[in-house]
Design a binder for this molecule. Structure first.
Ligand SMILES: *[C@@H]1O[C@H](CO)[C@@H](O)[C@H](O)[C@H]1NC(C)=O
Ligand SMILES: *[C@@H]1O[C@H](CO)[C@@H](O)[C@H](O)[C@H]1NC(C)=O
Length: 285
């Protein structure tokens, strides 16, 4: 092996280098064995998926569904009944997506973590049925303060709050019923920015963990987030990052952002407010 080198090395150096090569060969063999075993396992899983889903999906669909499962880390606990059920739902939703894209003008629909949920599941996920039925008297009382929206007249047809950049980036609430926190925090961020502060990102997780009047990952009200923020302020998103599960509330430096909030009760009030001041949080109470 060392014949090709022009320099003749002392024996101990050669010995050491031989050892290194020996070790490398050993690692390479181990690596190949592992790769081989892993490939067989991967092949086995693929074949199983094909076998289990043969009544539900064709080969290409199975391949796409396997990619879907990998991308969104779904395994359905290896339950074949559940796997078939989800594959079926996914197939229907995929057909809806393709149909929408065929006629969509200026936008494209795609898959996400909900593509294997049926309509009822998605509805339950978006809004807890019990919460939707509750009207909260104390919230209404708070909201009878000033109604700035009522004094405005809507003048414009369109407005794009991305220019100048008033909008923080699009976020993903994951598998946690925290829409109320996202809606309210986003409205606060836009208002905060609109008032001349630099574009800041505040924490939804703080709301989920700390605002006792809401229900963590099981829903809540933007109004209560505004009320909470008046008293406790908002932590920066970076120091109280999003986890998507309810955890223990902890204290970090906060900014006092909200002094008051208004309830807008008609669409034209919302339009006006949106036009003049930016984001409104909408809640379907
Ligand atoms: C498998 O999933 C089905 C629903 O698709 C469920 O009814 C059944 O209880 C599950 N089986 C196990 C062992 O979890
Ligand atoms: C507003 O927040 C304060 C402080 O946490 C609380 O005492 C009050 O009950 C809240 N009001 C509503 C309507 O949630």
């Amino acid at each position: 092996m060392f014949k090709k080198f022009c320099i003749k090395w002392p024996n101990d150096v050669r010995g050491n280098i031989e050892k290194i090569f020996e070790r490398k060969r050993m690692f390479r063999s181990i690596f190949f064995i592992f790769t081989f075993i892993f490939s067989i396992i991967a092949l086995q899983i693929k074949l199983d998926l094909k076998g289990v889903l043969k009544d539900v999906l064709n080969d290409l669909e199975t391949q796409n569904f396997a990619n879907y499962m990998a991308k969104w880390k779904k395994n359905y606990n290896g339950n074949e009944t559940e796997l078939k059920r989800r594959a079926n739902i996914w197939k229907q939703n995929k057909a809806d997506i393709d149909a929408e894209n065929a006629i969509a003008d200026g936008y494209t629909c795609g898959e996400n973590m909900f593509t294997d949920m049926d309509k009822k599941e998605r509805k339950n996920y978006v809004m807890d049925a019990n919460l939707a039925d509750q009207a909260d008297a104390s919230i209404k009382k708070l909201a009878t303060r000033a109604k700035r929206g009522a004094q405005m007249t809507y003048v414009g047809e369109t407005i794009d709050w991305r220019q100048p950049a008033y909008m923080p980036p699009v976020r993903d609430q994951g598998q946690c019923g925290s829409c109320y926190a996202f809606a309210a925090i986003n409205a606060i961020e836009v208002q905060w920015n609109w008032l001349g502060h630099s574009l800041s990102q505040f924490s939804e997780q703080q709301i989920i963990d700390c605002s006792g009047t809401n229900n963590g990952c099981n829903g809540g009200w933007p109004e209560k987030v505004f009320n909470y923020s008046i008293y406790y302020g908002n932590a920066p998103r970076a120091s109280y990052p999003y986890k998507g599960v309810k955890g223990t509330c902890y204290n970090t430096a906060r900014t006092m952002t909200v002094s008051t909030w208004y309830q807008l009760t008609t669409v034209s009030q919302m339009e006006s407010y949106n036009y003049y001041y930016g984001a409104v949080a909408f809640s379907g109470l």
